[in-house]
Design a protein around this ligand. Sequence first.
Ligand code: UFG
Length: 342
Amino acid sequence: MSRGKVIITGGCGYIGSHTSVELIKNKFDVVIFDDLSNSKEFIMDRIYQIAGVKPAFEKVDLSNPIEADRAYYKHSDAHSIINFAAFKAVGESVEKPILYYKNNLYTLINSIEAQKKYGIKNFIFSSSATVYGNPNRLPITESFQTKRAFSPYGNSKKIAEEILEDFSKAYPEFKTISLRYFNPIGAHESGLIGELPNGIPNNLLPYVTQCAAGVLKELQVFGNDYNTKDGTPIRDYVHVVDLAKAHVKALERLLSGNMKENYDVYNLGTGKGVTVMDIINTFEKVTKEKINYRITKRRAGDVQALFASAEKAKNNLGWEATLSLENMIETSWNWEKTFRDM
Ligand code: UFG
């Protein structure tokens, strides 16, 4: 029996597509809203190939209030919205702040407005560890103060969380969970879905796989003078399939009626810190491919070390990351090869 309808905004994207698969596997009816500005419609067929059900699909620009209302009205029988739809290139957001604030925040506001208008009770927001800025202690727990992020992209996440908190205070019948992702990498084990970076990637893993595939010539390692074991920055890399499963757990929490507060936040990470050199060395070991890399100067805005305390998600959601760094790298590389052959 169906567990009801869930709207996934940005469901053709990287984390959205993996989450759609997990929701279908867990018997939810998935409807994807996507404007396909940074994703491809064939991902719908891939979701079908993996999960055996093709989600309903609406091509909609959610930053446009009329388009957004039309789509939400059509699917107003949904009980939940999971909001992935957003622009996410940190560097581009510094150059085009208005574009980022407009797209990311209008999309959010139009979605919660529809939520209220149509009585869609539950909301999950895809947030980021970037809301913690440069923390002075580690691991990062959810009680750490959030800070103004370095980039408009990051700041749009922080502002969005504040909007959602205010919304849930004003309208207690609506429940919201913000999930703060650390560094999502990896791809589905089938090799059918994964990250599809637009142009030259900003993030480490897609850059590494494209170097190994010969698409890019050289990886720049942005600084080896940090105070870490090998001088390169530490991050908490988490498998996208683990992240996708956390959304199912968060949804179950919202539906359970067991939430003490009607707005809550969770870190999603492994709790383990990994350096850039660890990534390169593990990649070379797992794939037997060489990475042509060069140490360059630090990238503006990078912080030395970030890793999560994932205790709260474990205790309240019953979620824990289970997939290894080797698996993250292997599936990323497998996806890179498959998608190049498409
Ligand atoms: N790095 C390189 N070379 C590259 C790319 C990255 O050395 O070509 C290094 C960075 O300096 C950093 C690490 O690899 O130390 C990870 O960098 P990413 O760009 O992959 O990820 P970030 O940690 O900078 O950013 C990620 C998400 C953002 C989010 C942020 C929150 O991509 O969306 O975490 O902390 F805002």
